[in-house]
Design a protein around this ligand. Structure first.
Ligand code: SF4
Length: 449
């Protein structure tokens, strides 16, 4: 167990703090003594080389080295099985030895180059032993190792079988021992589950199978049409309910391209733009189907997932309601039209009556003038307005019905008709016709002067 350690990052930081650039430093011999071949320790096979360099006579051990965590663990297991004996072994947990360990720093330096450089330059000769002895006398080389391996409770065979059963491993052939969970065998993983070091869901084949069966469940039971389509428009998934609408079973549809079933234009747009479509109404008259569609792009799979909700019934109801509204509007328009016709007829009749009244009254006026006027009636002479004649509201002055002997300015007001009770101001009584309301009601009644 190390109490303190310096890695390459620590050394680089220290050099930086001290403003030391290795390249600028001059070469100097070791101040105490040159360890010579022992300088090879940081590279793989360095320890073996240093032992060989000091070996004066064969010690009988076969010497080799391993590096990397997996190799070291493998070797230890092999040793524990008693497969290896009589060997001197150099084991480096770091792959390639110290020179390229986890804190080696500079990524640009190849560990192979460093190893070759070191092996080329370092002298394959042992350090001077008499000088070394003074150093190692002060170093304790003995070390007491204690067993600190974790003492986890071990499950019984029945407990292991129970755990394996959770992931559908009931027979030995179900145990794939694929290692995808991080444990080399299914049994070891089951033991880890028992010891609360692993989760049941870490079994990848089991989870894949489960996901597939869940997906199948969705595809078999979904009330909506679910489609997954690949970039080539091949149908990758198709919910069983699709058969009801498109007349194709799931297994048939999975052999088809989308364009053999429906127009794929929206799917193509989603593929091209990687944008989604939500809540779009699409009708398929050929299938008598109206749908509300969501079409989304799945980037990880480069596929498009679509769900179609059947809204045919709702659309039909909406259409019926719309038609009812149109019928109501049509009826209202017909009533309005009829009312207008009646109003126009009434107005026409009223107009006729008014015109007749006007004609009748005009005739009456003429007849009155013919009967009682002192002024000479010219009867079709030159048409002109008769000054001072008041026919009341809406009447027009009579034209061409009278020829006064003199103009009023010359002789006073003579030879004109006045209809109404009041005598016009500024005119003399003689020579005019006055009609009161009784005369108007009674044609042929009181008239004359
Ligand atoms: S992932 Fe599953 S099948 Fe593979 S070894 Fe682990 S437990 Fe066994």
């Amino acid at each position: 167990m190390y109490r303190r350690s310096l890695n390459f990052n620590d050394i680089n930081k220290w050099l930086e703090e001290e403003d030391i650039v290795i390249g600028d430093c001059e070469d100097k011999p070791f101040t105490r003594f040159d360890p010579r071949v022992n300088r090879l320790y940081p590279v793989t096979n360095g320890v073996v080389n240093s032992v060989l360099a000091t070996e004066e006579e064969k010690d009988g051990y076969r010497k080799f080295y391993v590096h990397g965590a997996a190799n070291c663990i493998d070797l230890c297991k092999s040793m524990s099985r008693g497969e290896i004996s009589g060997c001197f072994i150099e084991m480096n947990m770091c792959s390639g030895g110290c020179i390229k360990g986890p804190a080696a720093g500079d990524e640009s330096i190849s560990r192979f180059k460093v190893k070759l450089d070191m092996e080329e330059t370092i002298e394959r000769a042992p350090a001077e032993e008499d000088r070394m002895a003074r150093v190692w006398e002060k170093v304790a080389f003995d070390k007491l190792f204690e067993d600190h391996s974790p003492r986890e409770p071990l499950p019984t065979e029945d407990q292991i079988r129970e755990i394996l059963k959770i992931t559908n491993k009931t027979k030995p052939e179900d145990e794939l021992n694929c290692g995808a969970c991080g444990y080399p065998t299914c049994r070891e993983k089951a033991i880890a589950v028992f010891q609360h070091k692993a989760e049941v869901s870490m079994c990848i084949p089991f989870m894949h199978e489960k996901a597939e069966s869940m997906s199948n469940l969705v595809m078999e039971t979904s009330p909506n049409i679910v489609l997954i389509v690949g970039e080539d428009m091949r149908i990758l998934e198709y919910s069983a309910v699709g058969e009801k609408y498109f007349g194709k079973t799931r297994s048939e549809a999975l052999q088809m391209y989308l364009y053999e079933l429906i127009d794929p234009v929206d799917f193509q747009w989603v593929f091209d733009t990687h944008q989604n479509i939500h809540g779009k109404r699409v009708n398929y008259p050929e299938y008598k189907l109206s749908t509300l569609q969501n079409i989304v792009y799945i980037e990880r799979e480069n596929a498009v997932l679509a769900t179609f909700i059947d809204i045919t019934r709702e659309e039909e109801q909406a259409r019926e309601e719309y038609e009812k509204k149109l019928e109501t509007i049509d009826l209202a328009q017909k009533i309005i039209h009829k009312q207008m016709m009646v109003a126009q007829e009434i107005a026409g009749l009223l107009g006729e009556t008014t015109a007749e009244t006007k004609t009748t009254l005009t005739k009456l006026c003429h007849s009155l003038l013919e009967d009682g006027s002192e002024g000479g009636y010219a009867g079709g002479g030159e048409e002109r307005e008769i000054p001072g004649v008041h026919l009341g509201s809406g009447a027009v002055p009579l034209k061409g019905v009278m020829t006064p002997r003199d103009t009023p300015e010359e002789t006073g007001s003579k030879g004109y008709v006045h209809i109404g009770s009041a005598q016009p101001s500024g005119v003399k009584k003689a020579g005019y016709v006055r009609l009161n309301s009784g005369d108007l009601k009674k044609p042929g009644g009181n008239g004359g002067k």
